[in-house]
Ligand binder design. Sequence first.
Ligand SMILES: [Zn+2]
Ligand SMILES: [Zn+2]
Length: 104
Amino acid sequence: MVFIRNKENFTCGYCGKDVVGNGYTNHCPYCLWSQHVDKEPGDRAELCRSLMEPRAVSIVGDSYRITHHCLTCGYEKVNTSSPEDQFETLLAIVRRTNDQLMKG
Ligand SMILES: [Zn+2]
Ligand SMILES: [Zn+2]
């Protein structure tokens, strides 16, 4: 698996904000939605290109892992959140994840 550092800016397909790529950004720091563009991290070789919903957030040590779920093909990927990510949005997903767990 080769990680290609890809420093590009993009416009979020979900909330429409302009996101400045830092080379590792694979999701929008405002709404945390991602896009299905990679087959291997950073290669942008995936043709699906659909939006990926931040379905769940889990806390691992002192970092947050976001589970992204592709709306079109159902592909799931776990991404580590970046320090730029909107904390309130992260927390909202954490709460939703916990609710779902409690409901079973
Ligand atoms: Zn967004
Ligand atoms: Zn997909």
